[in-house]
Each structure stands twice: as C-alpha cells, then as structure tokens.
Ligand binder design. Structure first.
Ligand code: AMP
Length: 249
C-alpha cells in the first residue's frame, strides 16, 4: 500500500509574522520557512506505518514554488521514499490544492492520504475534507491514533466532547492532530540520503487542473493591540471594577 502525504511550506512557527504595509497579506520576504508542523506529524505517521509493515511506499507531495523542494527533502529525510513537486508561482487556495491532490490520487492510487488538519499560515482546515469529497473517499479528521489492518483504518479523533473512534475502509483520507505522534529529529545521514531520493516535478497543467483562485483577500490587518492593565489595591476594588466597569460579574 502506498501512502501519499501532502506537505506545505509555511512560515516557521517561531517567526512573528508581520502584515505588509498595504494590507495585502503577510510579509514572507526573508522569513524562515519550514514544513507545516501538522504535516511533519503526517510524514512521521506514514513512515511509522511503513516501518510496521502496513505500507510499502511513502510519497510526499508539495504544491507551490520551487523552494518547496526543501520541504520535500525534509519529508524524505524523515523517511518518505520519493517526492512530487507540483510547481507553480500562483497563489494556491485549498480547493486548488485539493484538485491537484485528487489528480495525484487518481495517478498514484494510494491506500491512504495523510494530511495535516490545517496549515498554520492560513488556518483553513479545508484541504483534506475537500480532497475526500472530490475523490469520493471516506475521511477521518483530527486523528490522535491511527491503526491499519484488514483493509481498514481505525482512527481515534479528537472531538470537543473527548475521543471518537471511527473505522474507515481504505483507501481513505486522514488528517493529523497534534497528539498523534512526536516526529523524529532528522539526522545528518538521513539528510544526505534524502538528497539522492527521487523528486519529480510536474505543473498544474500536466495534471489538467485550473488553479485560478476563487476567493479574493480584501484586507489583512494586525489584531488590535492589547491595552495596558491596571493594578487594584484590594479584592473589594477588584470586585467593584469587574462589576461596574468590566460588567463581567
Ligand atoms: P489547509 O486546508 O490549508 O489548512 O491545509 C490542510 C493540509 O492540507 C495541510 O496540513 C497539508 O497537509 C495540505 N496542504 C495544504 N496546502 C498544501 C500545499 N500547497 N501543498 C501540499 N499540501 C498542502
């Protein structure tokens, strides 16, 4: 069984993002970029399934600019066997990515597609669900445990009320939550090995997909600055302020 793992190149989670002065988006010039953290968890899970003998090949795929190759090399250093870059400079929205992934699902016929539950740059949380709909596959989102046996995946999901366990028939789409696993550190020998693994590049047109955006960003702005707090001399004043000024009790 093949596992397809889509990995997105995003602004590193340690970077404090800045909004461009014209409000058209976030400034990503000269900013450290990394693999979306949920996708690292997805690659780790796929590699663990291969190590357990539940999968035979792990294929990482990234859609975006040429530099996404670095993200794919990281995926291969974690343990993916090969990679596909769908190269484009166009702005890619979740629906376009889902259509590209659907075309790759048709081509590669994976038994499982493991995506991150969301990309930390746009927080859309849409691509996995859209892919499942387009490819007409069962889906189990926000996975905190995945077990594969007898043509089925048993997935524990983190939902508001606690944990929900689903059984989905394969092929299926799974999206990862934070507690699914702790990705391994990539070692230097594995980084070197990853450089020799195959990385194929295709264009959206080769997959017959039109990636024209359907949504227009009108404005991006910083969250309002928090105003300074005040100190109160005693509990009675605090209670009075909460009651009369903040009106929260
Ligand atoms: P989103 O719906 O944008 O929050 O993204 C959810 C997941 O879809 C990510 O964690 C990735 O696994 C996948 N994904 C989104 N955009 C891309 C992309 N440009 N290339 C590869 N995978 C992507």
């Amino acid at each position: 069984m093949k596992i397809l793992v889509p990995v997105k190149r995003v602004v590193d989670y340690n970077v404090k993002v800045r909004v461009k002065s014209d409000g058209s988006g976030v400034d990503i010039a000269n900013v450290k970029m990394s693999m979306n953290p949920f996708d690292e968890i997805a690659v780790e899970e796929a590699v663990r399934l291969k190590e357990k003998g539940a999968a035979t090949e792990v294929i990482a795929v990234s859609c975006g600019v040429t530099q996404c190759q670095e993200t794919l090399r990281t995926a291969m250093a974690i343990g993916a066997d090969r990679a596909i870059l769908v190269e484009t400079d166009a702005e890619l929205q979740p629906l376009a990515v889902a259509k590209l992934l659907k075309a790759l699902v048709d081509k590669e016929q994976p038994g499982l597609v493991i995506l991150g539950k969301q990309a930390i740059d746009d927080d859309c949380n849409q691509t996995g669900q859209m892919l499942a709909a387009l490819a007409d596959l069962p889906q189990a989102t926000f996975a905190s445990k995945v077990e594969v046996a007898d043509g089925k995946a048993t997935v524990t999901r983190e939902v508001d009320g606690g944990l929900e366990t689903l059984s989905v028939s394969l092929p299926a789409v799974v999206t990862t939550d934070l507690r699914l696993n702790e990705p391994r550190y990539v070692t230097l020998p594995n980084i070197m090995k990853a450089k020799k693994k195959p990385l194929e590049t295709v264009k959206p047109a080769d997959l017959g997909v039109d990636v024209t955006p359907r949504i227009k960003t009108l404005k991006v702005s910083e969250p309002p600055k928090r105003s300074a707090g005040i100190k109160v001399p005693d509990v009675a004043t605090l209670v009075a302020k909460l009651k009369n000024d903040a009106k929260v009790i």
